[in-house]
Design a protein. Structure first.
Length: 331
């Protein structure tokens, strides 16, 4: 006992050695038992083998050997519509009202009539949007269909139809104009003019054009007569050409001549600053958006139903009262 108390580490080593020997013996026994655990059972012999499916094998071989026909296919949608589409080309197929539209086919009907599908695609417009033709993607005041008719770019504000298509003739206005042959100092004559309340005086000669080009003195006739009270008086006559109306008038010395002049009231719908402005027949006008381009009011229908304007290229167009002129379909 004294030896055990004096040598505890030796006792611990002896116990550990015995445990190791025991575990080793256990592992040896388990390894020796492996063959019993992996015994392969006997497979019973079959007396007959199944008949090989030669027909299926021959059919499969024939399919593999035959050349494959890569061709376009017909696609069908739930509504029953059918459309031939190419096999090796990506196309856009749209269904609308139960039928298919091939947007890559130049002969296809327009999905947004009357505008061609190709034009919508080329200009990157959303053809799936039902209101695409009435939209204004470049915010220039003209709709997509307006730009299509004018052959301009619907996504470029600098490219747009002519501005006069946004000019609305509103009404005909009548205002009195008076002219007085005030002084007869042949060969120079004094004329007093009252135009819309504004008074002015001009000195003119025969053959001279005055009042911003509106009138020309065609001739002078020296005359004397008896006035209303029976006194002998100067009744000489000046003959004038009114270029705004194309007519002629004769004005008698000291006799005020009054006659109506007509104005067109316009509304340039693209500019709130020109929502209401007036132009006298025969006068020219411009738009603030394009001050370099001049238009001229040629005439107003006597009934006031329409006004005619001359464009910068000399063409005369008629504007119906209260209606914007529609752009023609492209040819």
């Amino acid at each position: 006992m004294d030896w055990i108390k004096k040598n505890p580490e030796k006792i611990f080593a002896i116990i550990a050695g015995l445990i190791g020997v025991g575990l080793g013996a256990k592992n040896i026994l388990e390894v020796m038992a492996f063959p019993d655990k992996f015994v392969v059972g006997k497979v019973p012999a079959k007396s007959e083998l199944p008949t090989p499916e030669n027909d299926v094998v021959l059919q499969s071989a024939a399919i593999l050997k035959a050349p494959f026909n890569w061709s376009d296919k017909v696609v069908e949608i739930g509504s029953g519509a059918r459309k031939m589409v190419p096999l090796f080309r990506s196309v856009v197929i749209i269904e609308k009202d139960g039928r298919l539209f091939d947007l890559a086919d130049p002969t296809e009907d327009p999905i947004r009539e009357p505008v061609e599908n190709d034009w919508l695609i080329k200009n990157n417009l959303d053809y799936l949007f039902s209101g695409v033709l009435e939209a204004d993607p470049d915010d220039d005041g003209f709709t997509t269909v307006d730009e299509w008719r004018a052959k301009t770019a619907p996504v470029d504000a600098a490219s747009h139809p002519a501005y006069w298509y946004k000019l609305m003739y509103v009404d005909r206005k009548q205002k009195n104009f008076s002219i007085l042959f005030a002084a007869d100092n042949d060969p120079k004559f004094q004329l007093n003019i009252v135009d819309q309340g504004r008074r002015s005086t001009v000195m003119v000669l025969v053959g001279e054009t005055f009042y911003d080009g509106r009138f020309t003195v065609l001739g002078y006739e020296k005359k004397e007569g008896v006035n209303k009270v029976g006194i002998k008086a100067n009744q000489s006559v000046l003959k004038l050409k009114d270029h705004s109306t194309g007519g002629e008038l004769a004005i008698v010395f000291k006799t005020e001549t009054n006659y109506p002049t007509y104005f067109a009231e316009f509304n340039f719908t693209l500019d709130p600053n020109q929502k209401q402005f007036y132009v006298r027949v025969g006068e020219s006008f411009t738009f603030a958006k394009e001050p370099a381009v001049s238009y001229k009011l040629e005439d107003i229908d006597p009934t006031g139903a329409s006004a005619s304007i001359k464009l910068a290229d000399g063409e005369i167009v008629k504007l119906d009262k209260g209606i914007l002129t529609a752009l023609p379909d492209p040819k």
